[in-house]
Design a protein around this ligand. Structure first.
Ligand code: FES
Ligand code: FES
Length: 177
């Protein structure tokens, strides 16, 4: 019938035919995923790899809830296309601990009670790890400035800054050069 919607299986076939295999390296493991080329890294992590620690807050690069590390540098995964990060080493909050041993910043967040609802927390921690590695954690003011891309609607900023300061004392910045 003219104008009728195509049958559901025809839609599925069309979606499948537009997908391409994308190989992602996440937390040390390689995954080959059939993805629509428009899939963001965040959606690939959450919807396809079921790594739900990275959160979707705004989806627009404005809140930082989706922050992950790419080759050790922080990125907002809602702004990255999965197909464009093939071959890069992605680290999510799920890959930060070493077995049962929490990363020092994870431990500091617990010690300092640096969260309330927890929605922003994984993004704060990933950004905080990068902030320390970049050498941008030498004072509360500097931490606030370099963490300004990560929003906490609960306003746990004082404790987040304190946790990052504590962890910076343990891990220190990455050596340069
Ligand atoms: Fe990515 Fe808000 S969800 S910055
Ligand atoms: Fe609730 Fe940060 S702890 S948004």
């Amino acid at each position: 019938m003219p104008g009728a919607a195509p049958p559901a299986n025809a839609q599925t076939t069309a979606a499948e035919s537009s997908s391409a295999n994308v190989t992602l390296r996440v937390n040390g493991a390689e995954h080959s995923l059939p993805l629509d080329p428009r899939t963001t890294l965040l959606d690939a992590l959450r919807e396809h790899l079921h790594l739900n620690g990275s959160k979707k807050g705004c989806g627009l690069g404005q809140c930082g809830a989706c922050t992950v590390l790419m080759d050790g540098k922080r990125v907002k995964s809602c702004l990255s296309l999965a197909a464009l990060v093939e071959g890069r080493e992605i680290t999510t909050i799920e890959g930060l601990a070493q077995g049962d041993q929490l990363h020092p910043l994870q431990a500091a967040f617990i010690e300092r009670d640096a969260f309330q609802c927890g929605y922003c927390t994984s993004g704060q921690i990933m950004a905080g790890v990068a902030c320390i590695a970049e050498g941008h954690a030498s004072s509360p003011q500097e931490i606030r400035e370099w963490m300004s891309g990560n929003i906490c609607r609960c306003g746990a900023y004082d404790n987040i800054v304190a946790a990052i300061q504590d962890a910076a004392g343990v891990t220190g910045p990455a050596r340069r050069g």
